[in-house]
Design a protein around this ligand. Structure first.
Ligand code: FES
Length: 283
């Protein structure tokens, strides 16, 4: 039986490798896919992933245990409710929401209901600090959660009224019809100064950098006398729990990975950089 299980895991991971690649950068998306499939990541899956990606098993176990979104010990419920416990949500009365959840479900945080429907977990910042308390139910975010809202959310979940989010498939980022290599072609036709000027005109700002002007950032990097420059492709928001909307978008679509990879070309050319990282999921 265990042999069959191991063979099945190996086969599944080989399939996932076709989608996410076979180097280290595939580790996070493959772990997410395994967790989605089994509602936790069995020990044997960690070993099989390590073997498949040629990474030391201790390293894979360390990644899986570091992120609170990965569960390696026990099967999670069908709905995993993660309530933000970070300071803004704490000050927005997240304790009232927590109490309501525990009372309605009859379990404490860290536990799963006997019917396997709900798991309660605390998590760190979900990026909705101005709209706390924030809560995540599987991949669906809820803002300004109140005890009354909790009642409705649980009721909808029990009746399977949850509609999966399509954010990873539709929207301007993925559906605007730009060819994956178009940014590269455009960038190759321009001088570094022209690219920076175009970015300046577009007033592009870093969304993960508190609105820092992108053109100024590239200008400063271009002027740096050091010959070795790197563009680090950070594919996740800087959250400590492994949650990442860009990650979700990219891990579900090789098209969007290609698109976003091509989008790095202008920055590389603008700052005369020869090195670009693979997507870095770790914040
Ligand atoms: S502190 Fe709760 S979402 Fe940021």
């Amino acid at each position: 039986m265990q042999v069959v299980y191991r063979q099945q895991l190996t086969q599944e991971i080989e399939e996932l490798k076709k989608e996410y690649g076979s180097d280290r950068s595939a580790l996070m998306p493959i772990l997410h896919a395994m967790q989605e499939r089994y509602r936790f990541i069995p020990d044997r899956a960690l070993q099989t992933v390590a073997h498949a990606l040629d990474i030391h098993p201790a390293e894979v176990a360390a990644v899986a245990s570091f992120y609170s979104f990965f569960e390696t010990q026990e099967k999670l419920g069908k709905y995993v409710i993660r309530l933000c416990q970070t300071i803004s949500c704490d000050m927005a009365a997240k304790d009232n929401v927590a109490r309501q959840l525990e009372n309605e479900l009859g379990i404490r945080f860290g536990e799963t209901t006997n019917d396997g429907m709900f798991t309660l977990r605390y998590t760190n910042c979900l990026g909705l600090c101005d709209q706390g308390p924030a809560m995540l139910v599987n991949e669906r975010l809820f803002a300004k959660v109140t005890p009354e809202k909790v009642h409705r959310i649980l009721k909808d979940a029990r009746r399977d009224f949850f509609i999966p989010s399509n954010v990873r498939r539709h929207g301007p980022l993925l559906d605007h019809g730009i060819e994956p290599v178009e940014a590269l072609r455009t960038a190759l036709d321009r001088q570094p100064t022209e690219i920076i000027a175009a970015i300046d005109t577009a007033m592009l700002k870093g969304r993960g950098g508190a609105g820092f002007p992108t053109a100024l950032k590239w200008q400063l990097a271009a002027e740096d006398p050091d010959e070795q420059k790197y563009v680090v492709w950070r594919a996740s928001r800087p959250l400590s729990n492994g949650n990442s909307r860009p990650r979700i978008r990219m891990s579900r679509s090789t098209w969007s990975v290609t698109l976003m990879k091509a989008s790095r070309a202008p920055s590389r050319i603008a700052i005369s950089c020869r090195n670009i990282s693979r997507p870095c999921w770790m914040g």
